[in-house]
Design a protein around this ligand. Structure first.
Ligand code: HEM
Length: 131
């Protein structure tokens, strides 16, 4: 069945996948994203996605979403951005964020794709040391 297949694909994706509602509250989070941020799904579902980021974005993310819904001018949607995530243990890691708006009848949903860049960044730093 189609829905079961989709679920299996999302559950087994290498990249983290998070969906939020129009106010920025987390609706779904896949196992890869849970592992990256060190949270169980029940700990973050219903929370504002801003709990997963350090300041200054943490304090401005509601406004980013609000502004997009008012102006429809994208800053990440369809573009992507390298940003920082905040793990449960307080550590910060770099990742590539892709956001898309999901046209779903009667509901506003945004999907975030999270591609960890920790290893790449570490390797980059090491190369700089030898340069
Ligand atoms: C906008 C940071 C996660 C949805 C933004 C912007 C930044 C940002 C910097 C726009 C800034 C600007 O106006 O130039 C972050 C960080 C995250 C994160 C650091 C780390 C966890 C997410 C996730 C989603 C999401 C997981 C969706 C599930 C959005 C939306 C916008 C936005 C809908 C407004 C649209 C746009 O600007 O194109 N975020 N974000 N964000 N973010 Fe996030």
């Amino acid at each position: 069945e189609n829905a079961a297949l989709l679920k299996a694909i999302i559950e087994n994706a290498i990249d983290g996948i998070i969906t939020i509602d129009g106010r920025g509250h987390i609706e779904t989070i896949n196992p890869a994203a849970c592992k990256l941020f060190q949270y169980g799904p029940e700990e973050v579902i219903g929370k504002n996605v801003s709990v997963l980021m350090p300041p200054p974005d943490r304090d401005q993310h509601d406004q980013y979403i609000e502004r997009y819904q008012r102006t429809h001018e994208p800053h990440i949607i369809g573009i992507g951005r390298e940003v920082k995530g905040l793990r449960k243990d307080g550590s910060v890691f770099p990742f590539r964020l892709g956001v898309s708006e999901v046209p779903f009848p009667g509901r506003k949903i945004f999907t975030g794709f999270i591609h960890d860049l920790s290893r790449e960044k570490e390797a980059e730093e090491q190369l700089k040391e030898y340069a």
